[in-house]
Design a protein around this ligand. Sequence first.
Ligand SMILES: Cc1ncc(COP(=O)(O)O)c(C=O)c1O
Length: 390
Amino acid sequence: MDAPVRRIYLDYAATSPVDADVASVVSAEAARAFGNASSVHSYGREAKAVLERSRETIARCIGAEPGEVFFTSGGTEADNHALIGTAFAARRKTGKSHLIVSSIEHHAVLHCADYLASLGFTVSVAPAGADGRVNPADVEALITPATCLISVMHVNNEIGTIQPVAEIGAAAHAHGVLFHTDAVQAVGKIPVDVRTLNADLLSITAHKIYGPKGIGAIVIRRGTDVDALMHGGSQERKQRAGTENVPLIAGFARAVERAVNSMDESRMRAGAMKQRLVRNVCDAIDGVILNGDQERTVPSILSLSLDGARYAIDGETLLINMDLRGIAVSSGSACTSGSVQPSHVLQAMGRESRDALLTLRFSFGTPTTMDDVDAAADAFIDIAARAARR
Ligand SMILES: Cc1ncc(COP(=O)(O)O)c(C=O)c1O
C-alpha cells in the first residue's frame, strides 16, 4: 500500500485554524458568559463586561476608540456595512451618490458596489498598475462633487500587495469624501492604525488570524454617518441589531491581540519562507513570474505564475496536482459562467490571460515549517517540469 500523503496547508490567506489559546477562550466564555449582553441581571452584566473588554482590546490594537468598534459576522458583512451603510446615509443626507472602489478589491466590496449601481448609485473603478498597486493620483482624479465614499483595501488577498491607503485616505479627506479600507488581510500582518491610515471605516475579520469564523468588526470613526444594515434591537449602539455572540467576540479579541503581539516575529518567519520558496523554484525552473511589487507585499503571501508559452498545463490541473501531493494552495483563477477565467485582480494588473491562468497563491502561517516550504517547492517544480514545453 502507498504511504499516506503528508498534507501541508499553505492557504492561510483563505483561512487559518483556530489557535488553541483562542479556542479555550471561546469555550470558557461560552460556558461562563452565556448571558444575553442586553439583560439587566448579573448574567447579562457578566456577558456585557466580556463584550466591552473585547471591544477595548481590539480597539487598542488598531488605534480606534472602543466606541468605534462594531461587531459583525465577518469581513463580508463589515464591507457591506461600510459601502451600503455609507452610501444610503450620504444619499439621504447630502444627495451624494457616487462611490469609488479599486479594481482589485475583494468581491465583498466589488459586488456591493455592483448592487449599489443597480440601485441608481454611480460607481467608478480605480485601476491598478502592473505592480498590483493602486495609485492615489488615479483615485483622486475620479473624485467628483457627488462622491461620498472611496474604498481601497489595505492588503490585497490574492497577491499580498500593500496599498498606499494613508495617501488615498488623505486625498479623500482633502475633498470631503469618506474613506473605507478593507484591512481583513492586514491586521496582524502589518501595523494597522485607523488614525494614521486616514480611514473613516475599516473592516476586519477573525478567521485570517487564528480566530473563529463568523466574527469580525467594522470600525466606524466617531462622527461618520452610516446607516445600519440590520434593524431590530439596539445592540451595537443601533448599528447592528442582534444578540452579540460574546464567546466568539472574546476569541476574536484574543486572536487580534496575539496576532498583533507576535507580528514582528511572524513577519520575519514568513519573509524567510517566502525567500526560500522563491529561491528554490527560480533556481530550478525558468519562466516563473512573481506577481506584485515584491518590495511592497506582505511576506505571508506569494503569488506566482508560470509563463504560459513555456508550460503546457492549465491552472486548475496545476492546483489539483499540488493537492494530490498533499499541498493545499489557491489558484489565481475563478470559474465564472462555466469557464475558467483569470482572477479579476490579475486581469486588473493587465496580465496576459495565458500566464494569469497559471497562477498559484502560497500563503504561510504560524504552523508552517521550512520543511513544508521545501516540500511545496519540490512538488511545484516537479509538476511544472513535467509540463514544460520542449
Ligand atoms: C480582503 C478580504 N476582504 C473580505 C473578506 C471576507 O471576509 P469574511 O470571510 O470574514 O467574510 C476576505 C476573505 O477572504 C478578504 O480576503
